[in-house]
Design a protein around this ligand. Structure first.
Ligand code: ARG
Ligand code: ZN
Length: 856
């Protein structure tokens, strides 16, 4: 047991730092087990804080060799030491500015938590967000302390990198200097035997920027796409937001051991290698899309995150919500906007709605936390982006542009808050955003209940909003909800084009006049707000909207609602899938006027987890096996219904020529894959086996393997795939994940367990751990097998991983966050698994917090 229970931090307790930093200079003498870090930090009392305070420095897992204030060594016993830092009493500090010097020793090789300075495959790298810098040296490790950094690295590693611009370099050392004041979480250092792929970018004002992507020898050929995405991001941010890059150099490093996706360190982004490396034979279309989006995301942070950072970690959505919003805008400009929007909403519902409707629900801006790393969530990121999308819809494109210009002008160099952000919109658009601010403070997904009437040419929508209680927030006040609506005539013409209704009350009615006939409404177009729409709608009306809606999102949504209705009735009443849905699908499949990517999305059924939540919301206890069986049955029915067109569709989507990762080609491959998945249910995998043999790119190779595994075939291909790709970690991650996620439900746990005994199961590597244990979450029926075998396996492995890597462990406890949806037996099994984790001696505070919240 720890000596004390983990303490919560509260937003309301914020106080400005007692001391500010004018300059940091660091020397690193790298050594795997005994790196020395020498720091010289110029402090100055903060005029905005109470005078005469002690100096509080964060520090964890540091061996202090020596320290001095203003040139005087601090003898033993002067500083109050603890496991989390040290405090120098005010009477040992000069009145004005002073210099702090320290030397500490750290152990990068022993750092398996992958936070601070650690080693990955023999290279040194860092991850400091949120609070990793304190594992490197003593420092006020909080984002509102910003300073320019000078760094000297001493090591015989061939490549030595840090933030900012290059300084002196020579045999066994390199110096870097970052002129832009930054918080410590943006510090980065990399040293290793790396190869660079280089390029240049000229900014709009003519500044030359050297670009470099650093990878392990052998991976140089997999950087072209990331480099291209980087240049397109740099140009896009100039064109759309007027933001230019601000250093002479921009580097990206790919590392194999990384807890998250990537990190926006100033001038030196560090990436999980899976979001940098891509070649046609090793990366899928989905990988290419992720690389493009994440390269953009991290680059865009240079302005939204780095030049303007967060005052404290409660404001995380200030940089993350905005930067996700910006990367989504970028991707929709690069690709198809409707397809991008549908994909984003699918992800939002799968991850954020799931979170918002369970025990981990929290506001976009939380008001307390125990471990901040547990708040890098879909709510902060994706709902944070949706909130900005709503703001933009409310103030209009021109208002948004004015507000953002003001934001950059007013807050450049600041550590800002959500209040600052909203004030900028108020000042730029003359709107009162007090009520809108509730989107940042209230958790939970609002439900909109819609009814309507039609009389004398007047059509009225009556809308009620209601947000269910969430942990710590029993009652909710009404929020501002932009509801984009269009009306269609019964003949399919649009009589009222998209109009944004601004809902502010708990209940409100909106009337449209002068209509010749009762219209069919298309509500929440483009998913104009992150809410759940509840309206009784007939199958005919849904089929009508799927055929006629001019809004691509709602056209797709109508098809999705049809699929959910059909699946729900199959599960609850054992009903057969009716012809209405199958006919509607056939029309979509046959409609060559529709973008293939859109058709692929429209033909894709809701996930099993999505159906579980849908049934639960309708008051039905979901049975994961029944959902799985119904979904399989519906796919077979689709395959039979479409049997006449599937072979042609499959052929027609086979675009000739070498693989290209662009959206158009990827869309064709997506539709071709959908056709193959259905076809396999009719031809026993003949076409899939052929595609496997002929494939010249990973999208088609993996797609074929998935189609085979789905129908219980493909064992021979599994062996061949391994032998072909044994040498490529990222591809072998896919190999592991595919087997777990495609195992038959009753065999999922044993499949995953067998994979954990494979010689390549390196469980300390987060990507690999997720590809076996995490992939069980992609196999809902297998994860929820009534024996509880999967729950036990996941719990065993989380208990094992926790002391090694608390951050990844804590994140993966979310596999259990929906336990309350299920029947009593499954609830008992999941609760037992969670309690077993909770009882583990010395459990990290990361995991303690998560399991405690999930158990409620
Ligand atoms: N700021 C990074 C990004 O969104 C995420 C880093 C999160 N890291 C962490 N350990 N919580 O791009
Ligand atoms: Zn980010």
């Amino acid at each position: 047991m720890k000596d004390s229970a983990p303490q919560a931090v509260f937003l309301s307790d914020y106080t400005p730092p007692a001391y500010l930093v004018d300059r940091v200079s660091l020397v690193f003498r790298l050594d795997p087990a005994a790196t020395r870090v020498l720091s010289r930090i110029e402090f100055r009392p903060n005029p905005a804080a109470a005078p005469g305070q002690p100096l509080r420095l964060d520090g964890e897992k540091l061996r202090l060799i020596r320290a001095a204030v203003a040139g005087t060594a601090l003898e033993d016993g002067v500083c109050a030491h603890s496991e989390t830092g040290l405090t120098i009493p005010a009477d040992r500090l000069p009145d004005g500015p002073f210099l702090w010097e320290a030397e500490v020793e750290i152990d990068p090789a022993g750092n398996t938590a992958l936070e601070g300075l650690y080693m990955s495959n023999g290279m040194y790298c860092t991850q400091c967000e949120a609070e990793g810098f304190r594992k490197i040296t003593y420092y006020p490790d909080r984002p509102d302390v910003m300073a320019p950094f000078d760094v000297r690295i001493e090591s015989d590693q061939p490549v030595l990198l840090s933030n900012g611009n290059r300084g002196a370099a020579g045999d066994g050392f390199a110096e870097w200097s970052d002129p832009w004041p930054k918080p410590a979480y943006l510090f980065a250092l990399v040293a290793g035997d790396l190869r660079a792929v280089k390029d240049r970018f000229t900014t709009k004002s003519g500044r030359e920027v050297e670009l470099g992507i650093y990878v392990r020898p052998g991976d140089e050929g997999k950087c072209d796409y990331a480099l291209d995405a980087l240049k397109r991001s740099m140009k896009w941010d100039e064109d759309v937001y007027g933001r230019e890059y601000d250093l002479a150099i921009f580097n990206i490093v790919a590392v194999d051991d990384f807890n998250m996706g990537a990190m926006e360190n100033k001038g030196l982004n560090i990436f999980n290698s899976k979001y940098v490396l891509a070649s046609p034979d090793t990366a899928t279309d989905g990988d290419y899309e992720n690389v493009e989006g994440i390269i953009a995301h991290e680059y865009f942070h240079n302005w939204t995150g780095n030049r303007i950072t967060c005052r404290d970690w409660f404001q995380l959505c200030l940089k993350e919500g905005l930067t996700v919003f910006r990367d989504q805008q970028f991707s929709s400009d690069m690709r198809s906007a409707p397809v991008k929007r549908i994909g984003d909403v699918l992800a939002l519902r799968a991850r954020q709605f799931r979170e918002d409707n369970g025990p981990l629900a929290h506001p976009v801006r939380p008001s307390s936390y125990i471990e901040i790393n547990n708040f890098y969530t879909a709510t902060v990121y994706e709902k944070g982006a949706e909130v900005i999308g709503m703001l933009k819809r409310l103030v209009g494109d021109a208002g948004y542009a004015r507000a953002l210009d003001l934001y950059f002008r007013r807050h450049d160099g600041d550590a800002a808050t959500i209040e600052d952000w909203l004030k900028v919109f108020e000042d730029a658009t003359d709107r009162d955003l007090t009520q809108f601010g509730r989107w940042y403070t209230q958790a939970g997904t609002p439900r909109l209940h819609v009814t309507e009437d039609f009389k004398d040419g007047c059509y009225t929508l009556h809308i009620k909003q209601e947000t269910p209680p969430t942990p710590g927030q029993p009652a909710k006040a009404p929020q501002v909800i932009p509801i984009a609506v269009g009306l269609l005539n019964p003949n399919g013409d649009e009589v009222v084009p998209t109009t944004v209704l601004e809902m502010t009350e708990a209940e409100q009615s909106f009337t449209f006049e002068n209509l010749a006939a009762r219209p069919v409404p298309s509500i929440l177009r483009d998913f104009s707000a992150p809410v759940i729409l509840e309206r009784t709608t007939s199958t005919e009306e849904r089929a009508f909207l799927l055929a006629h809606d001019t809004d691509p999102f709602n056209k797709w949504e109508a098809g999705r609602a049809l699929a959910k209705d059909v699946l729900a009735r199959m599960v609850t009443d054992n009903a057969a899938p009716g012809p209405a849905y199958l006919d509607a699908l056939e029309r979509v499949a046959r409609d060559d006027g529709l973008d293939p990517a859109f058709r692929a999305l429209a033909l894709r059924l809701p996930s099993e987890d999505d159906m579980a939540q849908t049934l639960f919301d309708a008051g039905v206890t979901p049975d994961p096996l029944a959902i799985h069986a119904a979904r399989e049955k519906l796919m077979l029915a689709m395959a039979e219904h479409l049997s006449a067109i599937l072979p042609d569709l499959y052929e027609a989507m086979n675009i000739p020529g070498p693989y290209a990762p662009d959206a158009r080609a990827a869309g064709c491959r997506a539709l071709r894959q959908t056709a193959l998945g259905l076809l396999s249910r009719l031809d026993h995998g003949k076409a899939a086996a052929k595609q496997y043999r002929d494939a010249d790119n990973m999208t088609e190779q993996l797609g074929a393997l998935g189609a085979l595994l789905t129908i219980g075939a493909g064992q021979e291909e599994v062996g061949r795939f391994y032998r072909q790709w044994e040498h490529d970690r990222l591809v072998i991650d896919k190999w592991f994940a595919l087997q777990t996620s495609h195992a038959a439900p009753h065999r999922a746990a044993e499949t995953a367990q067998a994979l954990t005994r494979h010689k390549d199961f390196d469980w300390k590597n987060p990507n690999r751990f997720r590809s076996v244990i995490g992939a069980l979450a992609m196999n809902a029926a297998g994860f929820h097998d009534p024996s509880g075998a999967s729950y036990e396996l996941v719990a065993d492995w989380l208990i094992r991983l926790d002391p090694v890597n608390p951050q990844t462990t804590a994140r993966m406890t979310t596999m259990f966050e929906t336990w309350r949806r299920y029947d009593a037996d499954r609830q008992d099994l999941m609760r037992d698994a969670l309690r077993r984790i909770a009882r583990t001696p010395e459990l990290s505070r990361d995991t303690t917090e998560m399991v405690g919240r999930i158990l409620g």
